[in-house]
Ligand binder design. Sequence first.
Ligand SMILES: C[S@@+](CC[C@H](N)C(=O)[O-])C[C@H]1O[C@@H](n2cnc3c(N)ncnc32)[C@H](O)[C@@H]1O
Length: 186
Amino acid sequence: MSDARTPVIEYISKLFAAEDHLLQNVLHQQKEGGGPMMNIGPDQGKFLYLLTQIHRPKSILEVGSYFGYSSIWIARALEKLGQGLLTCAEISEKQCEIIKNNLIKANLNNFAEVKQGSGIDLMQKFIDESKTFDMIFIDADKNNYPNYFKLSSKLLNSGALLLIDNCLWDGKVVDQNFSDLQTETY
Ligand SMILES: C[S@@+](CC[C@H](N)C(=O)[O-])C[C@H]1O[C@@H](n2cnc3c(N)ncnc32)[C@H](O)[C@@H]1O
């Protein structure tokens, strides 16, 4: 997925991915918090929502949840299906509390749980527990993407979906002027 905000994307978002009061409030919390706006866009949220509804996963892992914006889009699709559980793996204790509260506010706590820890440790723990997923969405520390990819291969059920945000790194992957570690990692 790419985070580029073009007029066409804005147009599509307004038409097909309108944010309700709750999602707008999550964005407001992020702004108030003063940190970067690291959430996916509403068009991507709606895309995740639709993929979840079409694929009907019983178990989903999200690595990197921040304020829970993308988690809410995904868990709402599970709620609509009336089945499934989203596991949010998030390293920051503070963010975990915020995500939990936002999921409660959205009445989604039956469809999502929050696990605090590093993505690598949690994924390894799930492998050790023989846990598997029908869909994994990676949106955390970019330098670990190759590790997340390797670990995902041990966690995904046959026919599962693996979704990775920022893969094109705002077009830097094809720009010879960028050779920093993150760009090279992609
Ligand atoms: C881009 S934000 C996630 C945005 C979220 N998916 C959304 O669209 O609303 C990245 C998140 O990954 C978390 N993170 C960073 N390093 C991590 C790691 N090693 N393990 C798990 N989470 C990590 C950060 O704390 C942050 O909350």
